[in-house]
Ligand binder design. Structure first.
Ligand SMILES: Cc1ncc(COP(=O)(O)O)c(C=O)c1O
Length: 410
């Protein structure tokens, strides 16, 4: 479209946006298991109101907006409290998991320049299940990632990673949990390996950072993954996932100020004077910072425990239902992601059938399957989902030599 010569009236704009929105997937109806992290109508409202209150303010300017600077400090302090940060731990709010990972990789690279000066071409070693953001960051920075196969349980294979460590390895990555199968890597073993080999250990808890601590408090068998483990140097944890904040909010946190010091950037060679930021982006939505602060305070530990327990109940019900239908749950999920499939079925055909029944299907390439990242929108639709899955299995038949998943694109 071209820029309208004359502005469009508000009512007309509203109508056009509603019309556009009507084409989108029905996330409120629990029809999608990706992109959305819903913690209840009240939580959403708190986030929206806080976002609007700070809609125009800019996180780039802490001197102009000390409110945002304070909110960020509070959010980081609350996050570090959950992740067992010590007195010297610190970090930043960022715009999302990808930015948090970009910053952790940058910090590790600059740390290695000082502490591993013999390394000419720094590389990251990661299980194959680590998020693409590590490769994206490495690509942007001219670094390299080597990915190592996981075990039959889909967990990082620590022995295989150890065997793969080379003289240029400066960073080891583990996920808590990894997105494809929702399983928690053995972070304690990985961190010990990183310590032994002089590497920077990063834990990607973008998904788990704000749900795993509460699952642990609820007595779920979720292994330690945070700064309670001595070798862990940095953690990424997304507020806009299971923190239930507005989108555009994540954290990257460090064991100590010395590690955090590698994150920032300063520039002084232009007429406007010194420019310095801790994060990758410049301007940052004040609304996203305020919404995260407001939601964390609104929910408190008690609120997060309640939402977590309901989401875990949804996962357990779906997990059982999927098993009852003769399908296999890939790995042993402990949190909010469920991946399942079957070696005997054409899971691509099953996924297509589910899509035709109005579900937006997250497809898993390896092993072929269906991927769900759950939230409270799924609570009322567990039975409907399983009933449709039963029909989808009947309709797709027992195709031997499964064609698998054809299209897993986001
Ligand atoms: C484990 C993990 N890390 C990082 C990310 C990237 O987060 P974002 O999409 O907020 O950049 C995701 C997104 O799903 C993820 O699952």
């Amino acid at each position: 479209m071209e820029l309208p010569g004359k502005g469009v009236a508000r009512a007309e704009l509203d109508a056009r946006m509603d019309e556009a929105k009507a084409q989108d997937v029905d996330w409120r109806g629990g029809r999608i298991g990706v992109y959305i992290h819903y913690g209840g109508e009240d939580v959403l409202d708190v986030a929206k109101q806080a976002y609007l209150k700070f809609f125009s303010e800019n996180g780039l300017g802490p001197k102009a907006f000390p409110s945002l600077a304070r909110f960020e400090q509070d959010v980081i302090a609350m996050t570090l409290g959950l992740l067992h940060g010590g007195p010297d731990a610190c970090g930043s709010m960022t715009t999302g998991g990808t930015e948090s990972i970009f910053l952790a990789v940058k910090s590790a690279r600059d740390w290695a320049r000082v502490n591993r000066p013999a390394v000419a071409a720094p590389e990251i070693l990661a299980p194959i299940t680590a998020h693409p953001a590590f490769n994206k960051a490495a690509y942007f920075y001219g670094m390299r990632v080597r990915r190592v196969a996981v075990g039959a349980d889909f967990l990082a294979d620590v022995a295989a990673l150890e065997a793969a460590i080379g003289p240029q390895t400066i960073m080891l990555v583990g996920s808590a949990p990894a997105y494809p199968h929702g399983v928690m890597d053995p972070i304690a073993d990985l961190a010990a390996l990183a310590e032994r080999t002089g590497s920077w250990m990063h834990v990607d808890a973008c998904v788990g950072g704000f749900i795993a601590p509460f699952a642990r408090l609820l007595g779920e068998p979720v292994a330690e993954f945070d700064f309670a483990i001595p070798g862990v140097r940095s953690i990424s944890a997304d507020l806009h996932k299971y923190g239930y904040a507005a989108k555009g909010a994540s954290t990257v946190v460090y064991r100590d100020a010395e590690s955090f010091a590698f994150q920032g950037y300063e520039f002084d060679e232009w007429p406007r004077g010194k420019y310095s930021t801790q994060t990758l982006v410049g301007t940052r939505a004040g609304g996203a910072i305020a919404a995260a602060w407001a939601v964390m305070n609104y929910l408190g530990e008690d609120g997060y425990l309640k939402v977590t327990s309901r989401i875990l109940a949804v996962r357990k019900a779906l997990e059982q239902g999927v098993r009852d239908l003769g399908l296999t749950v890939w790995g042993e999920p402990h949190l909010s992601i469920l991946s399942y499939g079957s070696k005997e079925r054409d899971m691509g055909a099953v996924a297509d059938r589910m899509a035709s029944k109005g579900w937006f299907v997250g497809r898993l390439a390896e092993p072929p399957g269906i991927h769900l990242m759950l939230n409270l929108t799924h609570e009322p639709v567990v039975d409907a989902y399983l009933a449709d899955l039963k029909s989808a299995l009947e309709e797709s038949g027992h195709a031997a030599g499964a064609a698998g998943i054809r299209d897993v694109s986001y």
